[in-house]
Design a protein around this ligand. Structure first.
Ligand code: ADP
Length: 266
């Protein structure tokens, strides 16, 4: 349609701008990253306070670097065939929690609010097939959105679970889905926001928003043939659930062909 062509055009123009900005930011943060790391590693007489500050700076730099990588990745034409590898979702979630700590712990505390983080990890979670970096970026975006939705503080819950895919399972082949839930106790979404939030450039955050976070999440979801569900209630909070089909292994299915897990191309 006319509208989607225009969106493509805007994306392309923005892509060029974004990669220019990404380049400049990278150059600017390189020395900061270098000297912070070098102080943390070599300076033996740092005070606890000094060390804590440097660690916060170091995590903030990681965030900036991740954002820059996202800016680059989001617009770059993806390689036609994604290389999928086994991903342990529990450890990926834990990794993202550590990487995003500055955003849900340190920054809110500076503003005098508290965001507590809970994890509920399913035991015996099977690996999924995916692109580790893409899923990590998507999860980071969901966590940032959850934090933004809790300006007065609240609870962020990260939960993993495994369920049987009732639609795709047959008598012979039981297919499973691994779910990652990101739940917040924040402001929730109106019906209109819920409907439109995955669209590129849709934001309710004014100047502070780009409207690209969830569009990026959705791109990852599509490339992984995964699903995203949004449960939300105004004033109560939001749960974003990503679910990934688990490939069946030869031992669990002896005579059936493996399910088609090649991600759809856009
Ligand atoms: P941005 O964060 O830059 O606005 P996103 O694409 O990440 O862009 O999100 C689009 C919109 O979806 C947000 O502006 C917000 O209105 C809504 N949204 C996303 N996540 C949440 C959430 N956890 N709670 C409430 N609203 C949300």
């Amino acid at each position: 349609t006319q509208q989607s062509i225009m969106q493509q055009e805007r994306l392309r123009a923005l892509g060029q701008m974004a990669s220019g900005i990404a380049h400049d930011i990278n150059n600017a943060i390189s020395p900061v990253a270098l000297y912070t790391e070098s102080l943390l590693e070599t300076e033996k007489n740092l005070s606890t306070k000094g060390r804590n500050y440097l660690e916060v700076i170091s995590r903030a730099i990681d965030d900036v670097a991740a954002t820059v990588a996202r800016m680059r990745e989001f617009y770059r034409q993806r390689a036609p065939q994604l290389t999928l590898s086994p991903v342990n979702v529990n450890s990926l979630v834990q990794q993202v929690i550590d990487l995003t700590r500055a955003r849900w712990s340190d920054m809110p505390q500076q503003r005098g609010i508290v965001i507590s983080v809970q994890t509920e990890f399913a035991l015996d979670l099977p690996d999924i097939m995916g692109v580790h970096g893409e899923i990590r970026e998507a999860l980071t975006n969901l966590i940032f959105n959850a934090v933004d939705a809790m300006p007065e503080g609240g609870t962020l819950t990260l939960r993993t679970s495994v369920v049987q895919d009732l639609l795709k399972s047959t008598k012979e082949v039981i297919l499973k889905q691994v779910c990652i839930d990101v739940c917040d106790t924040g402001i929730g979404m109106s019906d209109d926001t819920r409907r439109r939030c995955l669209e590129p450039f849709f934001t309710t955050k004014g100047e502070r928003g780009t409207g690209l976070g969830l569009a990026m999440v959705y791109g990852m979801i599509e490339r992984h043939s995964a699903h995203i569900e949004i449960l939300t209630e105004i004033g109560k909070g939001t749960t974003m659930r990503m679910s990934f089909l688990v490939p069946t292994t030869a031992s669990s299915v002896s005579h059936s062909p493996a399910p088609d897990i090649i991600p759809t191309q856009r």
